[in-house]
Structures are given as C-alpha cells and as structure tokens.
Design a binder for this molecule. Structure first.
Ligand SMILES: NC(=O)c1ccc[n+]([C@@H]2O[C@H](COP(=O)([O-])OP(=O)(O)OC[C@H]3O[C@@H](n4cnc5c(N)ncnc54)[C@H](O)[C@@H]3O)[C@@H](O)[C@H]2O)c1
Ligand SMILES: [Zn+2]
Ligand SMILES: [Zn+2]
Length: 391
C-alpha cells in the first residue's frame, strides 16, 4: 500500500510499504477514506520530538471503513462499519480509561517501559507519534491497523460527509477540551493564542460554551479572518501589542481564561526577543520548547484565572515565571486530548447543525501530494489552514 513515511528532519515521502495485518484478536484493519495533517505532525517534521525512526508511518487524524476484524472484537465492530479513529489508543479497561482519562491509558502503549522512564508514568499509545508512545504506524496511508479496535473507534452513521466528522479524531475534541478546561462563565473573556486548526476549534468551542468575549491572537491574516468569522476579536501579534490590547479589551483586568494553541514552536519575531533566545537554545538542545506564549499568558491572565494548554510541549522549557504563576493564583490545565470522553456529545452537535468542523479545510489532495503539503501547511503558503488527504 501507499503511505506517508518519516525519513528524517523535513523528509517525508510517499512510499510503498507492507500492508497491515491483524496481529492481535482485538485489532481491526481500516481502509482509510480521509486523513489530515495536524500541527502535531509539524513537530515530528521538524524532528523536535525524539524517538521517531526512519520508516515510521505518519498520521493520527483519520477515518475509514472497517475491512477486517480480529476474533476478540466481539461484534462491537464489523466489516463495512464507518469509523473515525481517535489518535489516542485506548484499552477501555484500565483504571485511567475507567476514569475517562483516555490519553493516559495505562495499557495501550506497547513501549510502556520507555514512557515510564521519560515521563515517570506511561501515557497512552498514539498513532504515528514516536516510539515513546508505542511506535504505532499512523493513518496517512491507504490502510491501517487499529489495536484495541473494539474500544478505539467512534462509529459514524451514514449520511454525514467525511469532512464533517474527520476532526472528531483530534482537533475538534482538542479545541473543545481546551475550552472545557477553562470552566467558562458567562462573564469571562477567553483569549486564544494561535489560530491554526486547533485554535479555530477552541474559539468556536469557547463561544458555544458561552464566553462573554473571545479574543484570537495570531499574525496570519487569513487565520485571523477565520477566527473573526467564528465570532472572535482578532489581535495581530506582529503589528499590535498583545498585552496592551488584551488589557484594553478587559478594562485593564486581563482575560480570565487563556488558551495556548501553539505549544513548543512559538514563532520567532524580533518584537519578542525571548523567542530568539529560545530558538538558539532549542537548536543547541539546551531546552526542548519555546515557551514564549506560556510566559505571555501567565503575565496577562487575570489573577485567579485559568491557563489551558492543548499546545504540545515535549520536554524542558526555560524561564517559566513561577513567581507570577504562584502569586497570581493561576491554575494550569493541560494534556493530550481524552478524545473519546467528548466525541459522543460532539457528534450530536455536528448532527444537530450546531457546528460543521469542515469550515477549517482549505486543501484536499491525494496521498502522493502529502509530502509537498507538509511544507505548504508549515509555511502557510496558498492561505493553507488545514489539509485533508484522500488515500
Ligand atoms: N493536546 C492535544 O491533544 C493536541 C491535539 C492536536 C494538536 N495539538 C497541538 O496544538 C498546537 C496547534 O496545532 P495546529 O494544528 O493548530 O497547528 P498550527 O501550527 O497550524 O497553528 C499554530 C498557530 O500558532 C500561530 N503562532 C505562532 N506563534 C505565535 C505567537 N507567538 N502568538 C500567537 N500565535 C502564534 C501560528 O501562526 C499558527 O497559526 C500544536 O502544538 C499541536 O501539536 C495538541
Ligand atoms: Zn494532532
Ligand atoms: Zn486503558
């Protein structure tokens, strides 16, 4: 079959690889009908997250049709079923799965020993996302193997287009969880840093959850326009003072809730000298992450507020202002998304017409065009916001 394969830094190729097979009774094989490139894939593209190996198949946002099931799937899935595959692999039986803490499932990471060492405790197995989270082949491919398939799926009824439901596997519940983590009150201002696909979902989620005002920060005009179309007030961090504007829009009090939809690769600009220093340190491996946005959020957040971090960080970040964080009494909430905790509700909202997540798609291409589209998405060429691939 054809698949997008990681070969090294900024080197992803569309290769012919061996077809996946059932390896465990709880497996299923999916014929992928749609998959997407996520901002998290860019961290791997840039080789900023360790433990990728040449030959690894990329992709963790995908859906398709079940073509084969193992004997242990017990009728929960059958050939012909249409499913979105969540990026988090879940056993459904461990203590964390029972609590709904699916992204820290204790049994789905087959390289648990490695994650135990690095993180102190294992986290869930993830598709196409390094050997630290199991080294499972991803879904930017014609076919994929889904381990623990009886629990690791979201069943999709016929009659809804792929594009409307594809993002249930990642960015939609990610933006939603980020907003839920803010415990939004009707009097709250929610500020969202980053208007990529995750930021767009967080903005719409914060509005659906009843925030008084939502403010969106980025520098890419079309991303700011999309945020504005979704109901947010835009701030361009290249031409405006983020702290100044946020204070002005909140009568000098600061936003109660701040969401970081950027993570470890905050852009470097001369107006933000700390990002330049972070970039140099990241290059020489003196720190893993560029936490400019985290610093800015802690500084501007109203005392007693919440900092919600869906953006991915990988290791150590320097100069996180603990003094401001502690003295202002801020709460930090974060995590890889507990996808299946939210998807039943979110699928209903799509079916009800409350939201159609396909608004974010700007490019639909074939798998062969995937390697080129990683660059187009990364560089925001051709007004690119979200890429869907059709294997
Ligand atoms: N927690 C999870 O489960 C989860 C799931 C999906 C994605 N993510 C993470 O969410 C983050 C965003 O993903 P995405 O797909 O939207 O990626 P993206 O790269 O398309 O979007 C990031 C956006 O941030 C903007 N940006 C950069 N520096 C900024 C700054 N200083 N201030 C304001 N905006 C700035 C960029 O212009 C860009 O539009 C990534 O870190 C990704 O890994 C996390
Ligand atoms: Zn993702
Ligand atoms: Zn589990």
């Amino acid at each position: 079959m054809r698949a997008l394969v990681w070969h090294g830094k900024e080197d992803i190729r569309c290769d012919t690889v061996t077809d996946p097979e059932i390896e465990d009774p709880r497996d299923a094989i999916i014929k992928v009908t749609s998959c997407a490139i996520c901002g998290s894939d860019l961290h791997l593209f840039h080789n900023f997250i360790p433990a990728m190996l040449p030959g690894d198949i990329m992709g963790h946002e995908m859906m398709g049709e079940v073509v084969e099931v193992g004997s242990g799937v017990n009728g929960k899935l059958k050939t012909g079923d249409r499913v979105v595959v969540p990026f988090t692999i879940i056993c459904g039986e461990c203590d964390q799965c029972k609590r709904g803490n699916f992204s820290v499932c204790e049994r789905s990471n087959r390289n648990k020993h490695l994650a135990d060492k690095v993180f102190g405790h294992t986290t869930a197995g993830l598709f196409g996302y390094t050997h630290l989270t199991g080294g499972y082949p991803g879904g930017q491919a014609e076919y994929m193997r889904v381990p623990f398939a009886d629990t690791t799926h979201i069943k999709i009824p016929d009659g809804i287009a792929d594009e409307q439901v594809l993002f249930l596997g990642d960015i939609f519940p990610t933006g939603w969880q980020a907003a839920v983590h803010c415990d939004i009150e009707p009097t709250d201002t929610v500020a969202v840093w980053g208007c990529g696909p995750v930021g767009q979902m967080a903005i719409r989620s914060a509005i659906m959850l009843g925030a008084k005002q939502v403010i969106a920060i980025d520098r890419i005009p079309e991303r700011l326009s999309m945020a504005e179309a979704g109901g947010a007030i835009p701030i361009n961090f290249e031409t405006q003072s983020v702290v100044g504007e946020l204070n002005e829009l909140t009568n000098g009090k600061g936003p109660e809730k701040c969401i970081d939809c950027i993570g470890m690769e905050a852009h470097v600009t001369p107006a933000q000298p700390d990002t330049v220093l972070d970039r140099a340190k990241q290059m020489f491996m003196l720190e893993n992450d560029r936490p400019h946005v985290l610093r800015e959020m802690i500084y501007v957040c109203r005392p007693g507020g919440i900092i919600s971090i869906p953006g991915v960080y990988s290791g150590f970040a320097d100069k996180v202002p603990m003094g401001q964080l502690m003295n202002k009494g801020l709460t930090i909430r974060t995590g890889q998304t507990h996808v299946n905790r939210w998807t039943e509700d979110l699928l209903h909202r799509i079916e009800d017409g409350q939201i159609d997540p396909s608004f974010v798609i700007t490019h639909t291409v074939t798998l062969d065009q995937g390697p080129e589209m990683y660059k187009v998405f990364r560089d925001k060429q051709d007004s690119c916001i979200k890429v869907v691939l059709k294997p």
